[in-house]
Design a protein around this ligand. Structure first.
Ligand code: GLC
Length: 416
C-alpha cells in the first residue's frame, strides 16, 4: 500500500497504543517526570522489561474487529525508550528482549489490512543532549544541570531515528510527532528540515501538527470538537485522540473508564463533524490488553459490526439534524443516530419528499414514514399542528434496539 493521504478520512477510526517502560510503573506514562526519577532508578523498569504478552497479531485482530482502519504505536515516548532496534542508542527493546516491537506491530497491522502509524516523541528524557526544562525528570538535579547539552547534536539524533523508522519498517502511512510546548518549539526540533526529510523519504505520508509547524492534520487531545474544524475559514483535516481512562500509558489504579456507548457517540460525533477518532489502549507491563480495554474494544466491535456503514467512508451530512440526533452521510445514504430514543415518532425537519426508503441499520428492518404538510394531523383537532411543513416523520417501535447507539439508514432521492 503506497502512502497516500486519501485513506485517512474514509478510515475514520484508529487505534493508538502507548507501551513502554512506564507501563511497568503502571501509574501514567509521565511517571518519570512527575516523580523526578533519576536514570539509575528508572532503570529498574528496563531491567524487568519483559513484554511476553505483547501479541501484535492479537492486537491487530481486535483493532480490525472494532472497525479500526489504522493504528499508531509509540515507537519512542518521552522517556526515550525505543520499541525498535535503533543504531543510534542502546536504549531499546531489541537490546533488552531481542524483540523489535515496531517491526512486530507493523507486520501484524499490515497483515490485517490496517494502515501503520508511528508515534515519535520529540522530547527525550534519556538523551544526554536533550536540554533540561521543567518537564525533565532531572530539572532539580544540580549536577545534571551543570553538564553541557547540545541540542544541535540532539537534532541530528532525531533525524537519524526518523530515518530509521521510515526506511527499515516498510510502508509507514502516518507519523505522530509529540509535542511542542512553551520551552521547546520548531527551532529545537529543526522542524522544517525534519518535515522535509520525512516527505522526501515517504512522499504521501501523513504528519500531524505537533512539530509546531502546520502538518497534514490537527490533533485535538482529550476533548471532543462539536463542529468541523477550520483554520482561517478553511476546513482542516482533524483527528481527536482519546484515552479509555484519562491515562495513555497503563494506569493500574485508575478506573475512570469511558463507557463504550460514550466512545461510540464520540466516534460518530467526530465523523459528523468531518473528523477521525484515534482511541488509545495502554497495554499492561507485560504487554497485554487489560480486561477493561479488551471488553471495551469488543463492545465497540459489536456495534461496528452492524453499523460501520455510518462511519467508514461517511462524513458530515448536508442537512442539519434536530436535537439529540447526529447525522452522518455517505453518498445518498443519510445516517440518523439517535442519542435518545423518542416516543414512537421521530420528526426530521426539511426531509419531507427527500427520502425513498428508511430502515433501522442494525437489522435492516423497514421504518415507515410520512410527510407532514403543515395541516393538523393530531387526534385532538383543537391542538395546533406540532410540526412544520417539510418535516419527515418516522414511526419507530416503542422499544429501542439493544445496541450502543441506534441508527436509521435513510436512502435519499437522487437529487436530495
Ligand atoms: C500528550 C502527552 C503524552 C501522550 C500524548 C498523546 O502530548 O504528553 O504522554 O502520549 O499526549 O497525544
Amino acid at each position: 500500500m503506497p502512502a497516500s493521504p486519501d485513506w485517512f478520512e474514509p478510515a475514520r477510526f484508529g487505534l493508538f497504543v502507548h507501551f513502554g517502560l512506564y507501563s511497568l510503573a503502571a501509574r501514567h506514562e509521565w511517571v518519570r517526570s512527575r516523580e523526578a526519577i533519576p536514570d539509575a532508578e528508572y532503570d529498574r523498569y528496563l531491567e524487568r522489561f519483559d513484554p511476553d504478552q505483547f501479541d501484535a497479531p492479537a492486537l491487530a485482530k481486535a483493532a480490525r474487529a472494532a472497525g479500526m482502519r489504522y493504528a499508531v504505536l509509540t515507537a519512542k515516548h518521552h522517556d526515550g525508550f525505543c520499541l525498535f532496534g535503533s543504531k543510534l542508542t542502546d536504549y531499546h527493546s531489541v537490546r533488552v528482549t531481542g524483540r523489535d516491537l515496531v517491526a512486530e506491530f507493523a507486520d501484524a497491522m499490515r497483515a490485517e489490512g490496517i494502515r501503520v502509524g508511528l508515534y515519535y516523541s520529540l522530547l527525550d528524557w534519556h538523551h544526554p543532549d536533550f536540554e533540561i526544562d521543567r518537564y525533565h525528570p532531572l530539572h532539580a538535579d544540580t549536577a545534571a544541570l551543570g553538564k553541557p547539552r547540545d541540542m544541535a547534536r540532539y537534532r541530528e539524533f532525531l533525524r537519524g531515528q526518523v530515518t530509521e523508522l521510515l526506511t527499515e519498517y516498510g510502508d509507514i502511512d502516518l507519523l505522530f510527532f509529540d509535542f511542542t510546548y512553551p520551552a521547546k518549539g520548531p527551532e529545537d526540533w529543526g522542524a522544517e528540515e525534519l518535515l522535509a526529510l520525512v516527505r522526501e523519504l515517504r512522499p504521501g505520508i501523513l504528519v500531524n501538527d505537533r512539530l509546531g509547524i502546520p502538518g497534514d492534520y490537527v490533533t485535538p487531545e482529550q476533548y471532543q470538537p462539536d463542529r468541523p474544524l477550520e483554520r482561517d475559514g478553511v476546513p482542516v483535516r482533524w483527528e481527536a485522540c482519546h484515552t479509555l481512562n484519562g491515562s495513555w500509558g497503563y494506569d493500574r489504579d485508575n478506573h475512570e473508564y469511558k463507557d463504550p456507548a460514550l466512545l461510540v457517540r464520540m466516534l460518530v460525533q467526530s465523523v459528523s463533524c468531518g473528523g477521525n477518532l484515534l482511541l488509545n489502549v495502554g497495554p499492561t507491563g507485560r504487554g497485554a490488553l487489560d480486561p477493561r480495554a479488551r471488553e471495551t474494544l469488543a463492545a465497540i466491535a459489536g456495534w461496528m459490526h452492524l453499523h460501520e456503514r455510518s462511519v467508514h467512508n461517511a462524513g458530515p451530512a448536508k442537512c442539519t439534524p434536530p436535537s439529540n440526533v447526529l447525522y452522518t452521510q455517505a453518498g445518498d445514504r443519510l445516517y440518523v443516530h439517535l442519542l435518545s430514543w423518542p416516543l414512537k415518532h421521530l420528526h426530521l425537519p426539511g426531509l419531507a419528499g427527500r427520502v425513498r426508503y428508511a430502515q433501522l441499520l442494525h437489522d435492516g428492518s423497514e421504518v415507515r414514514f410520512h410527510q407532514l404538510d403543515g395541516e393538523n394531523h393530531e387526534h385532538n383537532n383543537l391542538a395546533p399542528p406540532s410540526q412544520d411543513a417539510g418535516t419527515l416523520t418516522l414511526t419507530l417501535p416503542i422499544i429501542a434496539p439493544d445496541v450502543l447507539l441506534p441508527v436509521l439508514e435513510l436512502f435519499l432521492e437522487a437529487d436530495a
